[in-house]
Design a protein around this ligand. Sequence first.
Ligand SMILES: Nc1ncnc2c1ncn2[C@@H]1O[C@H](COP(=O)(O)OP(=O)(O)OP(=O)(O)O)[C@@H](O)[C@H]1O
Ligand SMILES: [Mg+2]
Length: 428
Amino acid sequence: MEDDPALQLTIQTALEQKGYTVAAVFTTGEAIERLANEAFPVVISDIYIDERTGLDVLDAAKRKDPHCAVILMTGRGTVETVMAATRGGAFDYIAKPFELDVMLHAVARAEAVRGEDGPEAEDEELPETEMIGSVPGMVEIYKTVSRVAPTDATVVIEGETGTGKELVARMIHRFSGRGNQPFVPVDCASIAPSLLESELFGAMRGAFTGADRDRAGVFEAANRGTVFLDEIGDIEFNFQLKLLRFLQEREIRPVGSAKSKEVDVRVLAATNRDLQRLVDDGKFREDLWFRLNVVRIVIPPLRERRADIPLLARFFVNKYNSRYNRDVKLMDSGVRSLQDNTWPGNVRQLQHVIERLVILANRVDASTVQEALAAMESREKPVDTLAEAEEDQIRRVLAATGGNKSKAAQILGIERKTLYRKLERMKL
Ligand SMILES: Nc1ncnc2c1ncn2[C@@H]1O[C@H](COP(=O)(O)OP(=O)(O)OP(=O)(O)O)[C@@H](O)[C@H]1O
Ligand SMILES: [Mg+2]
């Protein structure tokens, strides 16, 4: 559904050439009425049309068929609509103007996803792009994301571990015109400095021992998409210059090759170190810092946005309830307990605690939260022998099941008899 007849016709013609049957409507009223009577596998709708919006169309389509893939287009993306579209279960969100290819790609992907629908497909781990949180600091971030996404600007995302840096990068990618192209994360800290160059730029056969064939680098593999350089603060000083050149020229020269090729990639970077400090200390090139830092997004630690904890907790409880087919309740006392914690591991840690509770507990209340936090902390403590590790695990699972031995045995994957024997030996 699209109210601009020229654009409508262009999309319709392109789709029909690809063999799709298209039902075109020009007002939200018509769209909603048709959707009430008939299920469509894919719905394409503009967001701003008349008094009702594409979000109403999305709603109508989802009500008729929850698996319907709704693709929304808009020339005026605001964070509210982007977020509402994501929450409402839109399959994709395309910013106008777009190339027809982008739309055709989205439709083809929607079809592919539907094709593999059914119980199995639900287990598929799609990378998550939904970001939860509504404190002013997070809303500022959404605004920046929605403004910067459609541009090709380089963005540096800073924040402590587990604050959602990669999630923000994925959102930027998703809401850019590159959303249907690859998003390739590279953990610069875990790749040996000597290999980073060939990893990013590629290498010709024979460039070094072990290079038995030409290998494309990340920048080439991600052509037309986005490369996410994680832990950018950890790259070696010497390599920083090569990266800077790449950012200036958008050309790669594979290791061992004399020729350069042009590539079209957007670069996003993240770090949990203070880059400005590294620059001041002479460990990070200032020119590279300026080049990367066109837009800077700093994600606050979770302890500075505690008001979002109830929202996040509910989101994760729902998520894991449906993933593990459980019906664990989130109690007020549990929410308060979660809000009191300091969360050094930020949202990731909160997510893990809740996942554990959904699996092991019947409700998320103050006492199960405290148990889970204590158990997860003790996991950090080193244990010496295998027997100690086993006893530790048994104690933790028992604590989490509230002493229910059958359930503990089930979780531990051993017979109840075996658990009783072990408990006797442990004098428990
Ligand atoms: N606001 C949020 N809403 C929902 N999930 C979130 C949010 N923030 C983080 N997460 C989830 O927490 C986990 C950690 O996020 P992410 O990987 O983006 O963190 P990070 O900042 O890259 O951490 P690290 O520095 O350790 O790599 C992910 O599973 C992510 O989906
Ligand atoms: Mg990360």
